[in-house]
Write a protein that binds this ligand. Structure first.
Ligand code: NAD
Ligand code: G6P
Ligand code: MN
Ligand code: MN
Length: 440
């Protein structure tokens, strides 16, 4: 029977994760789930952990749920380690998002300067988790959800040697369900065939119907057509404003962009929106903090034993349909096609063999087998290669603490104005996050 350890168990997403495990109770023979947190998150862990126990009881399952601050006890003999932690909690995210905005640059949890600093804080912790795993659960799978998911996964596999790592994101699932809806299909229908390729929060995709016709162009028209008002666009994720893409540009590319591409294709528009929010103390991190407070008030209710609908205010809807399904697919060798961050292995000809890409893959008992995408055209290839180089420099800086390497990463990130202003943002973030950046 399975032992699962979840690092960052005090996250408000934990009921989502438990719902996903419960839904798959016939596929997953779970013995125990260990929720791990740290002193700062202890209160959250106790509240949401009690709620998780009620969910298991309501589902009539005999699974043990352990709440602990002792990571080593949780990791001992684990089969799966899932990660959903945030170093510095939401207060650190507020800094990630507001400090760049102060200098007129995008403030976003996984993009631009903020996302890079999230990587700098997270990568040393992932290293220490892997060091423990090498000793305590050498055969376990690491299912990483912690953002920036692509960079964290690349650090885990390429630098720390944990090849049994799979990186996840909910966004591809949201895109698949949008296409399903346009085709009159139920969410999670397996009728359409999707191919995704790129990086986490920076991928494109193509779609085919059951008859073998490519319907990418048709979905582009339905989703991003010229006359579609933002309020009529299909719902994406809660954290990204529904700005219409430049239809002609997308049409010319002939590929469906990822929701996060708005930050790169519509930079000024997105920045203006962020600056409005910043003026009113309404950045996403600040909003999420208020949502989190409300959620934890709900979780305190001793009669609540299911995931409340209010959790859908968070951007991570369908989180468990990624995390729990990957686990079920590994355990049962389902060979299901899912979009994951994994070693490229030549699937995208434009990226190095050992780079981590986010790509449609078969999920087997031995891990992810990426499906060949081929080469991108010049426009996407250029962006992709710059972004990968930016990720590589960021990861290197996270490991070495080298200031100039970080400056290189800042210089090539398309969302950062290079030069004097970049130095100011970087220096201010380094000081603000000092406590969580032991490498610098
Ligand atoms: P959060 O701020 O609630 O943090 C979750 C928990 O992590 C907290 O209880 C905190 O105490 C704990 N934590 C912090 N440092 C820790 C450490 N060293 N060891 C163990 N626990 C630690 O965060 P959240 O908003 O619930 O998000 C959790 C994470 O999941 C974030 O990294 C977020 O970016 C990520 N996320 C990813 C996706 C995706 O698509 N990949 C979607 C949603 C959220
Ligand atoms: C999205 C992304 C996640 C991101 C999250 C933010 O869907 O895929 O990577 O972390 O939602 O949601 P939040 O509610 O925290 O702003
Ligand atoms: Mn994501
Ligand atoms: Mn915003």
């Amino acid at each position: 029977r399975l032992k699962i350890a979840t690092i960052g168990g005090g996250s408000s997403y934990t009921p989502e994760l438990f719902e996903g495990f419960i839904k798959r109770k016939d596929e997953l023979d779970i013995k125990e789930i260990w929720l791990v947190d740290i002193e700062e998150g202890k209160e959250k862990l106790e509240i949401v952990g009690a709620m998780a126990k009620r969910m298991i009881k309501a589902a009539n399952l005999d699974w043990e749920v352990h709440l602990t601050m002792d990571r080593r006890a949780a990791l001992k003999d684990a089969d799966f380690v899932t990660t959903q932690f945030r170093v510095g909690l939401l207060d650190a995210r507020i800094k990630d998002e507001t400090i760049p905005l102060k200098y007129g640059m995008m403030g976003q949890e996984t993009n631009g300067a903020g996302g890079m600093f999230k990587a700098l804080r997270t990568i040393p912790v992932i290293k220490s988790i892997i060091d423990d795993m090498k000793e305590l659960c050498p055969n376990a799978w690491l299912v990483n959800f912690t953002n920036p998911s692509g960079m964290v996964t690349e650090a885990a596999i390429k630098h720390f040697g944990w090849t049994r790592t799979i990186g996840l994101c909910n966004v591809p699932i949201v895109h698949q369900n949008i296409a399903n809806a346009f085709e009159g299909l139920e969410p999670f229908s397996e009728e359409l065939y999707f191919k995704f390729a790129g990086l986490n929060h920076f991928h494109w995709h193509r779609v085919w119907n059951k008859q073998g016709q490519e319907i990418t162009d048709k979905i582009i028209d339905q989703q991003y057509g010229k006359d579609i008002a933002p309020e009529d666009m299909p719902e994406g994720v809660k954290n990204i404003p529904q700005m219409p893409f430049d239809y002609d540009l997308v049409k010319h590319e002939g590929l469906l962009p990822c929701m996060y591409h708005r930050y790169y294709y519509l930079t000024q528009t997105m920045l203006d929106l962020e600056l409005e929010e910043y003026k009113e103390n309404n950045t996403r991190a600040q909003l999420v903090k208020a949502t989190e407070d409300r959620l934890f008030e709900l979780y305190k209710d001793p009669n609540l034993d299911y995931k409340p609908k209010e959790l859908s205010e968070r951007g991570g809807t369908f989180y468990s349909d990624a995390a729990c399904e990957v686990i079920a697919s590994i355990v049962n060798d389902k060979r299901k096609v899912m979009v994951v961050s994994t070693q490229n292995k030549g699937a995208i000809a434009d990226l190095p063999y050992d780079s981590i890409a986010e790509v449609s893959s078969y999920i087997t008992s031995h891990g992810a087998e990426p499906i060949v995408w081929g080469s991108f055209k010049s426009a996407q290839r250029g962006m992709l290669q710059i972004m990968k180089a930016m990720e590589e420099c960021t990861i290197e800086a996270a490991i070495t603490g080298n200031y100039e390497t970080l400056k290189q990463a800042f210089t090539i990130n398309p969302l950062i104005e290079s030069g004097e202003k970049a130095d100011m943002v970087m220096n201010e973030l380094l000081v603000a996050h000092k406590k969580h950046l032991p490498q610098f």
